[in-house]
Design a protein around this ligand. Structure first.
Ligand SMILES: C[S@@+](CC[C@H](N)C(=O)[O-])C[C@H]1O[C@@H](n2cnc3c(N)ncnc32)[C@H](O)[C@@H]1O
Length: 191
């Protein structure tokens, strides 16, 4: 699937009512809010409708939110005017090193991005990730497995570079009541 297809697919999804819940912060972010700094710069990768970015802004952070969907970026910017919202394909986007105090990556899997997150964080920076695992194939076999994490993949990706604060794999309920197999991790760059 090329970037143009991704853009069209997500633009089309965001026209549907079901995706309107994406303007709410993820429970994993709310549950780990005590780990957030009181100020600083955050990156929200694949921010969607900006619910997570808006939550960080309300807590005093400056947020750069990036998403490929023009529909999502426009709606995020309308609802949360302080987001530095960028419409871009994260496969082809330069991100500065040692720049972010917080990185959010919710329900988006781009493995080359995962591998550079420790370099993008400032010392002591916080990384919050939650996305789906291969167990999803039990209930949605049509999902392309390349967008799903293997067992323990997330933990192993950061075990040598970050201090892992919480890590969990298992089934949860999505905001619209659907079962989701996810891996969730909160981790801090030492320093
Ligand atoms: C499942 S949504 C998650 C949105 C948000 N992070 C959240 O948790 O609500 C996945 C998002 O990834 C975005 N996306 C997909 N491919 C992308 C790419 N190549 N670059 C940037 N964003 C992309 C989509 O537009 C969509 O908003």
């Amino acid at each position: 699937m090329n970037a143009n297809n991704d853009l069209l697919r997500w633009d089309e999804r965001y026209q549907r009512a079901r995706y309107n819940t994406f303007d709410q912060p993820r429970q994993f972010l709310i549950d780990h809010s005590e780990l957030l700094p009181k100020a600083g710069i955050a990156l929200d990768a694949a921010m969607g409708l900006g619910g997570n970015a808006g939550y960080l802004i309300d807590r005093g952070l400056s947020v750069i939110g990036i998403d490929i969907s023009a529909v999502a970026v426009k709606r995020a910017k309308n609802q949360f005017p302080h987001i530095m919202a960028v419409q871009a394909d994260l496969n082809h986007f330069f991100l500065p090193k040692a720049y972010f105090d917080v990185i959010l990556n919710f329900f988006y899997l781009q493995r080359d991005l995962l591998s550079i997150y420790p370099e993008l964080l400032r010392p002591g920076g916080l990384l919050l990730i939650e996305t789906m695992t291969r167990d999803m194939l039990d209930i949605k076999p049509e999902i392309d497995p390349k967008f799903l994490l293997a067992p323990n993949e997330l933990r192993e990706a950061f075990a040598s570079s970050m201090e892992i604060i919480t890590y969990h794999e298992g089934w949860t309920l999505s905001r619209d009541g659907h079962r989701r197999a996810v891996a969730s991790m909160a981790a801090r760059l030492p320093g």
